[in-house]
Ligand binder design. Structure first.
Ligand SMILES: *[C@@H]1O[C@H](CO)[C@@H](O)[C@H](O)[C@H]1NC(C)=O
Ligand SMILES: *[C@@H]1O[C@H](CO)[C@@H](O)[C@H](O)[C@H]1NC(C)=O
Ligand SMILES: *[C@@H]1O[C@H](CO)[C@@H](O)[C@H](O)[C@H]1NC(C)=O
Length: 330
């Protein structure tokens, strides 16, 4: 045998072995690929959206992966047969805005099958909220609508507050009516960015036939404001502040079935009602007290608190000729 023939045989053996290994690997991959949907299904059921979060984490900085992320999100949601919760959050620019949104988003990351609708009180979408949402890893819709400037007379009234949130929540409702299938199992919750939420609250509201209600802590000048329940039915309220309202309940204290909302096309909040009457306006458009479903063990548990963040002390800031946050987002 010539040296050339020997080298040829050795090369042939090596290439054959290498091809053999490649085919085995390929087979394993093909085999695995066939099973991906089932694995994904089981994993998603078991791990809820944890798997999705991991994928987001790995690809979030890759612009070319945006489509992949959206597709994954859709398939994971499709596997989740639980009713979806549409969380409607109005927000406006202020020193604590990013801190509040960060805290709320971390709560929402732990809630499976949600869609977060964030509506800015502004003429244009801000880069702060746009960037915040795109890295939030939550399924979201970003909208904006400005609250109109107050009428002169009202502004001089010391009791008058800018009616923030009204048009923003309505924009959220319009989006839901336009984009959500009326047959979809779901529920709408108005979650302000400054409250504190127990994760159990979301599972309480998830199966809402009409409108569900529960106690809210630290609101209306009381430790707790709650519906009064007798034999599993709401019969009244323990409210003190403006107790003669038709539904004396805080925004954080109820959730609405999506299909009920879609079928009552005109149900909405209004700039024309007095402070404290927004909840009564929407609920009055949808139900009577007889329809309310008490949750949180017949309204005996507090799962949401109307916490309010103290306005930060910025006395030193005002003395600066150049603000401390030039070129840095706070
Ligand atoms: C909003 O955007 C428009 C178009 O880019 C611009 O003309 C306008 O000045 C912006 N308004 C504010 C309040 O930034
Ligand atoms: C919402 O209401 C519709 C119509 O009554 C009902 O079919 C659906 O099951 C309800 N959704 C939930 C989550 O209970
Ligand atoms: C609520 O009260 C009703 C009537 O007393 C009772 O049948 C039902 O089991 C209670 N629900 C819970 C979750 O405690």
């Amino acid at each position: 045998m010539s040296p050339l023939q020997t080298i040829g045989i050795i090369c042939f053996v090596i290439i054959t072995l290498w091809l053999g290994v490649q085919i085995t690997v390929l087979n394993t991959c093909l085999h695995a690929k066939r099973h991906v949907p089932t694995n994904l299904h089981i994993l998603c059921q078991k791990e809820e959206n944890y798997l999705l979060l991991r994928v987001f984490d790995l690809v979030k900085n890759e612009p070319q992966c945006t489509k992949l992320v959206k597709t994954l999100q859709k398939s994971v949601n499709a596997y989740d047969s639980r009713p979806r919760i549409f969380i409607v959050t109005p927000t406006y620019a202020r020193p604590v805005q990013k801190a509040e949104l960060t805290r709320l988003s971390h709560t929402l990351l732990l809630v499976p099958n949600i869609h977060w609708i964030v509506i800015e009180d502004s003429e244009n979408k801000t880069s702060l909220v746009t960037n915040f949402l795109s890295k939030s890893r939550i399924s979201f819709t970003h909208l904006n609508v400005p609250t109109p400037l107050p009428m002169k007379m009202k502004k001089e009234d010391p009791n008058w507050l800018k009616p923030r949130g009204v048009l923003q929540r309505n924009a959220g409702l319009s989006w839901i009516r336009k984009h959500v299938d009326p047959e979809e199992q779901g529920v709408v919750y108005f979650a302000d960015d400054d409250n504190t939420y127990d994760l159990d609250l979301f599972e309480e509201m998830r199966y809402t036939q009409t409108v569900s209600v529960w106690p809210v802590g630290l609101v209306g000048g009381l430790m707790v404001e709650k519906p009064l329940v007798e034999n599993g039915k709401v019969v009244g309220w323990n409210t003190v502040w403006k107790a003669d309202r038709p539904f004396p309940i805080d925004m954080a204290g109820f959730a609405v079935n999506v299909s009920l909302l879609i079928h009552h096309r005109r149900a909405a909040f209004s700039l024309a009602v007095a402070r404290g009457y927004q909840e009564s306006k929407l609920l009055g458009d949808l139900v009577t007290i007889n329809h309310l479903e008490p949750k949180a063990d017949n309204c005996t548990k507090v799962l949401v608190w109307h916490t309010r963040t103290e306005y930060p002390k910025l006395k030193q800031e005002r003395k600066l000729s150049v603000p401390s946050n030039v070129g840095i987002e706070v």
